[in-house]
Design a binder for this molecule. Structure first.
Ligand code: DO4
Ligand code: MG
Length: 278
């Protein structure tokens, strides 16, 4: 089932029907270990609403409340090779090689909730970057008790030239206004998401496709549980958190985003997160 946050309601989509969750507080719901069961309890005829997915998608907000957004890096082979290439002149490339093989993953703070943008909102490229890309990432919703309770689509916008110049610039390459997008909903399952789930990204410029790529969750080198275990090892998240799990799709080195490009990221079972570059 899918959970949407809109300006006026909390809505569940289940078996092609829509249900409103009266009096539900979105921020409290997305901390619950029993989220699937709780949402199911709203899926009764008295809460059914006539809704159209297209109409709903025009009203959705980012599916977050006060949670921090964290991110994992170099979890796919493609990400490792791309980072090694972009940082070769700085002498930093061996860090990526080593972290790909190491037991401890790369984890970094990506965004406060207030800076996250949602479906159909604008993302940004930094004015001081000449080489920026979107990173399409399966994003986990994790409860305060370290349980993966949902999945959403994430875009970890990144300034490749800034990180490539020096890996210590990572926070500037990754965290700035308009750098994190989540949405359009949270997929809530009774069982873990399938490893064969496909992640796809298309970038349009003036309605022409300028980049297209796909990967699968099974290409992540690490288990999702191990990423969560490292993130929670020495840190508490009283309201839970979101964790972007890394990108397996990186455009060729000649590609950089431009203002007005439209980025469409689709993850099977969740939906499509669409953002335009401001
Ligand atoms: O090391 C830099 C960040 C890597 C990243 O964001 C990714 O692999 O998705
Ligand atoms: Mg990333």
């Amino acid at each position: 089932m899918k959970l949407y946050k809109t300006k006026t309601a909390v809505v569940v989509e289940f078996e092609d029907e829509f249900y409103e969750c009266p009096k539900a507080v979105f921020g409290a719901l997305i901390q619950r270990d029993d989220l699937f069961k709780t949402l199911l309890s709203y899926c009764v005829p008295e809460h059914r609403i006539d809704n159209d997915l297209e109409v709903l998608l025009k009203q959705v907000l980012p599916p977050i409340d006060q949670q921090e957004v964290w991110a994992a890096g170099v979890t796919y082979y493609r990400s490792k090779t791309a980072r090694m290439e972009e940082s070769k002149d700085s002498g930093g490339s061996s860090f990526y090689d080593r972290v790909y093989e190491a037991a401890r993953p790369e984890l970094f703070f990506k965004s406060t909730a207030a800076r996250v943008v949602g479906h159909q909102a604008l993302v940004r490229i930094r004015k001081d970057s000449q080489w920026s890309v979107p990173e399409p990432e399966l994003t986990l919703l994790i409860s305060p008790n370290k349980k993966i309770i949902g999945y959403t689509v994430g875009n970890d916008m990144s300034a490749r030239d800034i990180e490539g110049e020096n890996p210590l610039y990572l926070p500037q390459a990754k965290s700035y206004t308009g750098a994190a997008a989540l949405g359009p909903c949270v997929l809530v399952l009774e069982q873990p998401i399938s490893k064969t789930t496909q992640i796809a990204m298309i970038i349009y410029r003036n309605e022409t496709t300028v980049f297209e790529g796909t990967t699968k969750v099974e290409n992540i080198k690490r288990s999702l549980e191990s990423l969560v275990a490292y993130l929670f090892a020495e840190m508490e998240f009283p309201q839970g958190c979101f964790l972007m799990t890394g990108t397996g799709i990186v455009p060729d080195d000649t590609f950089t985003l431009q203002s007005q490009d439209r980025i469409e990221i689709t993850i099977d079972g969740i939906g499509t997160l669409i953002n335009t570059v401001a």
